[in-house]
Design a protein around this ligand. Sequence first.
Ligand SMILES: NC(=O)c1ccc[n+]([C@@H]2O[C@H](COP(=O)([O-])OP(=O)(O)OC[C@H]3O[C@@H](n4cnc5c(N)ncnc54)[C@H](O)[C@@H]3O)[C@@H](O)[C@H]2O)c1
Length: 417
Amino acid sequence: MGQKRIAVVGLGYVGLPLARLAAKKGYQVYGIDNNKNKLEKVKKSIDPITNQTLKEKIIITEPAKAISLSDIIIVCVPTPVNEKCMPDFRPLISAVKLISENLKKGHLIVIESTVNPGVCEEVVKPIWEKSGLKAEKDFYLVHCPERINPGDEKWDVENIPRVIGGLSREGLEKAFEFYSSIINAKITKMSSIKAAEAVKITENAFRDVNIAFVNELAKSFDNLGIDILEVIEGAATKPFAFLPHYPGCGVGGHCIPVDPYYLIEEAKSKGFDHKFLRLAREINDSMPDYAVELLINEIDKIGEKIKYAKVGVLGVAYKGGISDIRESPAIKIISKLKNLGASVTVYDPHVPERSDVKNLGEFLQKCEYILLATNHLEFKSIENLDLQNVKVIIDGRNFLDKERIIKKGVIYKGIGR
Ligand SMILES: NC(=O)c1ccc[n+]([C@@H]2O[C@H](COP(=O)([O-])OP(=O)(O)OC[C@H]3O[C@@H](n4cnc5c(N)ncnc54)[C@H](O)[C@@H]3O)[C@@H](O)[C@H]2O)c1
């Protein structure tokens, strides 16, 4: 194969690792993004997420030029929801318009952004066809939903299996050939682009629903005095038909708390009400408040008041080991605590710009009550530190060793334990 050219539109958590991988595999890769700071960094070979050196060459040039010079264009722009939890297609539509203005015969266009079933055919394709070119005759449209799991040391963009769906067999085969040349994992061809769109939404709705189920159990078991972790571990001894999920102080990130709404709204527009998915969203969205309620209960029990409490929140990122704070439950927790009048100190070694202190030692000096919102490994060391000032720890991720914390004379309360 001669050196093929690809353009990646949207150099974020999804697009950048993909662009790097394609460059590593010998493609000439153009990067397109509407964030100028990001582009400047990539131009200087700096990873805008980690600030580390980018070993791979990603060419930054005029977007129009990058698109017209490329054989394959891959769209990795965000697909968020607005404040009313309605899908916000503006980034996708603007990326698609940019491509349509520079579309040429033979282009293979892949949408990796998460979208609900129907978006590629009903939103994306018509924009391109306005340019006069016909889908599957003049250009090919494929959906290959991204499954990357930031912070995961085992599964990365190179070894995660993928599914692809195309508008036509020819487009599907072209995309299959491309992805086979960069990833070392199974690629499953779906019968339609709509089925591929539905796969990704199903995966994330599955996570959301199962987490909501254990979150509900956690609330119930708190009333019944049962330790949910012990129960989940017990249930997981069944070698079939049980898949453990864990409760916590909320679900964050750009996918799980967002993607179900894409299906909910699409189904609603076609006359179907996804009661189950709506309930899962409601339960998971209630968890930051629930974690704060647990803290208030413990403070009340020792005869003190939340409005005079010095509360430390450990973690701002939505999950351990990463710096992404999108939809993070910690943000809701911090704001709720502040609204209740508590004096709040925040520490997240991965998000220094949102931290009030520089290290755990300084954090512990300032706090009487701790709410752990993120399971960063660094927070484990709290079990070995002096907790003399600390009266209560609410472990929003059931992450700390309960017995060790209690032995230090601190009241420990997890989510459902
Ligand atoms: N983050 C994840 O873990 C993950 C996993 C699987 C799938 N996804 C999906 O992948 C997509 C991208 O997510 P992400 O986390 O990489 O988002 P991100 O915000 O990290 O990155 C998106 C990038 O696109 C850029 N952008 C926005 N609009 C643009 C436009 N019109 N033209 C050019 N660039 C534009 C932004 O500046 C940003 O750099 C979403 O649909 C998301 O649901 C994300």
